[in-house]
Design a protein around this ligand. Structure first.
Ligand code: TXA
Ligand code: MG
Length: 317
C-alpha cells in the first residue's frame, strides 16, 4: 500500500511493522531500531545476510550522542556541515544499540535524512529507525514509492510516498581511524566536498578486508539485464549489432538507437542531475526486455566517481 499518511506510518512502526520511507538519497525499508523482532523482519524481507549492518536514521544532530559514544571532533564537524543530508557517519556504538543493527561490530552507522516527510515521521515516534535501501539484496535501489511497492508489495505494511528522491544515490559513508578519515562508500556527497572539511581522506576500495560495508559487496545495484560500462558506447554498439540494446549516456543521444531505448542522464552535463536520474533510468531500461544495456563511463571526479562506482557494481554478475 502506498500512502502519504505519516500518522499511519508511525502507527505501523510503533507496532513493529515495516514501512518504506522516502529519503533524499533512495527509499529505505524502515523499522524500530529498538525492536529486534522488527529488525529481523527487515533482514528476512530483503533477503539480506545478517552480517551486513544497518544504518540508524535519527531525527537531528542532538540525537547522535544517544546512539554513539567517543565521537571524534571531525565527526561533529561533518555532521554539523552535512546533516540533515546524505552523509552517514560510523561511530562507536552506545550499549543500547543492538548487535543485530551493527552485525556485532562496535561501530554504528548513523545519519539524519533530509526529507520533510521522514523528518516529520522521526519526530512523531520515540525511537530511531533502521533503514537499509528498500531493494532486495543486490537489486537496483528504489527512488520512487512505486519501486518499493513493486519489490515488496504485501510483505511490508506500507510505503510512505514522498515523491522522487532528489539526490538519487545512497549516502556517502565516512568512518574514523585515529586521525584518519576513511570513506567506506562513495555516495551523494563527493569526496571533494568531504575533503573541504576534513582535508585528505582515504578511500576504501571494495573487497578491502577491513570492511563488511556494503556497497562493498562487489555485485550490487544490479538490473536483471546484462550491463556493460564503457568510455566508447558507439564502439560497443558496433560489437553487439544483433541484440536489442538499451543505452545509458551522460549528455548526448546516439543516432542509431531508438530513442525509447536511450536514457540521457543530463543533457546539460550536470553530474548532480545525472546522479538523481541514474537508478530510475536503470529501472526503466530494465523493464524493456533488452538483451543488453550499454552504459557510458563518467568523468572520474566529483559525483562522476559515485556514478562509475554504482555502474561498475551493476555490471557484476
Ligand atoms: O542513503 C542511504 O544510506 C540509504 C538510505 C535509506 O538512508 N540507506 C542505505 O542502506 O544505503 P544500506 O543498508 O543499503 O547500505 C548501508 C551500508 C550497508 O551496506 C552496510 O554494510 C554499511 O552501510 N554499514 C552499516 N553499518 C556499518 C558499520 N557499523 N560498519 C561498516 N559499514 C556499515
Ligand atoms: Mg543498499
Amino acid at each position: 500500500m502506498i500512502s502519504t499518511d505519516i500518522q499511519l506510518a508511525a502507527q505501523f512502526l510503533n507496532n513493529e511493522g515495516i514501512v518504506g520511507i522516502p529519503t533524499e538519497t533512495v527509499y529505505g525499508l524502515a523499522a524500530n531500531a529498538f525492536s529486534e523482532r522488527a529488525i529481523l523482519k527487515i533482514f528476512d524481507i530483503k533477503q539480506r545476510p545478517t552480517t551486513n549492518p544497518l544504518i540508524l536514521h535519527i531525527k537531528n544532530y542532538e540525537e547522535l550522542k544517544n546512539v554513539g559514544t567517543d565521537i571524534p571532533e571531525m565527526a561533529h564537524q561533518l555532521a554539523k556541515t552535512f546533516w540533515p543530508g546524505p552523509l552517514t557517519l560510523l561511530v562507536k556504538k552506545q550499549k543500547q544499540i543492538s548487535n543485530l543493527v551493527t552485525a556485532d561490530q562496535n561501530t554504528v552507522a548513523v545519519r539524519v535524512p533530509n526529507h520533510p516527510l521522514t523528518l516529520e515521521l522521526l519526530h512523531s515516534i520515540a525511537f530511531p529507525l533502521v533503514a537499509p535501501s528498500a531493494n532486495p539484496f543486490t537489486r537496483i535501489s528504489p527512488t520512487k514509492a512505486i519501486h518499493v511497492d513493486d519489490y515488496f508489495d504485501t510483505k511490508i505494511d506500507m510505503v510512505l510516498d514522498g515523491g522522487s528522491c532528489s539526490a538519487g544515490v545512497e549516502s556517502t559513508i565516512v568512518g574514523f581511524d585515529q586521525n584518519q578519515v576513511i570513506v567506506y562508500r562513495l555516495g551523494a556527497i563527493s569526496i571533494e566536498e568531504i575533503e573541504k572539511i576534513t582535508g585528505n581522506v582515504t578511500l576504501l576500495q571494495s573487497g578491502h578486508k577491513k570492511t563488511t560495508t556494503p556497497g562493498m559487496f562487489k555485485k550490487h545495484y544490479a538490473p536483471t539485464t546484462k550491463i556493460i560500462l564503457t568510455s566508447n558506447v558507439q564502439h560497443e554498439l558496433n560489437l553487439w549489432k544483433d541484440m536489442k540494446i538499451g543505452v545509458l549516456v551522460f549528455q548526448q543521444a546516439l543516432q542509431n538507437v531508438p530513442l525509447t531505448q536511450q536514457k540521457i542522464l543530463s543533457p546539460e552535463g550536470d553530474l548532480k542531475i545525472a546522479t538523481a536520474n541514474l537508478y530510475n533510468s536503470l529501472h526503466e531500461l530494465d523493464s524493456l526486455n533488452l538483451d543488453l544495456i550499454i552504459a557510458e563511463r563518467f568523468p572520474d571526479e566529483g559525483l562522476g566517481r559515485t556514478l562509475n562506482d554504482r555502474l561498475t557494481r551493476a555490471t557484476q554478475k
